[in-house]
Write a protein of this length. Sequence first.
Length: 337
Amino acid sequence: MSDLALAGLSDSLLFGAVLLYTLAMLGFAGEQASRRSHRVSAAAGERSSARESAAARTRMMAGAGGPALAAPAATPPPPPAQRAPSRAGAIGLALTGIGAVVHVGSVITRGFAAHRVPWGNMYEFSSAVALCAVVIFLVLVAGRRADRALGAFVMVPVVLYLGLAGTVLYTAAGPLVPALDSYWIKIHVFAAVLSSGAFLLSGMVALLYLLRCRHDAQVAAGRTPRFPLSMGSALPAAPALDRVTYGVIAFAFPIWTFAIIAGAIWAEAAWGRYWGWDPKETWSFITWVLYAGYLHARATAGWKGTKAAWIAVAAAGALIVDYYVVNIFVVGFHSYA
């Protein structure tokens, strides 16, 4: 197969992956709606049972001063609604797995078409980052470390990443620019791809943790959460979301640290200095500091919970600035990327 045909196949496979991820997102959303409906019905049943019990006690107390009254038969509380396994969620998870396989095919054929590693420009980098985020999510679900209910929210940034990559950032397959033609691209950039995919996932889960905490606070105060806080009822418990965020960041942070170190070694070989506070280097360091701050905050009693989650969200925001804003709008040594 010719290079042009391989490049076209890669593009078609990426389109197919985006379509599968979008359908998976709809499936996960259907499961979310089912969970919210189940919990609303269960709460309504509990309130109805409590009202009937209170009315029965009132009638018994009212009859205590007069002729003996037979205690009314208490209406048994309705059995809790059983949540049947969601077929929509199972389909969403299956579509995500198939989409990941198709996505891998897109990345591999892109590499064969260009005769190099398939992360040599922003289009390819974005595709690889989204793939890493999806694979890490699937591994967490398979290991029962994350609930598949997160899938509806994980697929949102993945689809957006790929949509932006396939339109605004798209670059035809071709050789690397001379400045990137080094074996360090296999080491430094791969580490950045893997850690960025993990950070993309952790940033979304941290946002969901904050949503769930806000939802729980409103319920505890006796208020009915409104949209979007109402979505929190279908999310895993806040401690579970916190554990997922921490686990993913703890996994990705050493890899990101290695990526920065490898980048400094590459910079010395290419430009004659290890560090020059280039905009890309500066924002990579800012991102590193924020994630280091999150890990420290997570271990500090006064900063656990929502404060630490906000640091994780800020770190994910810095990562987006580091990649999109710096690469596109700021002139520096890394502008060719």
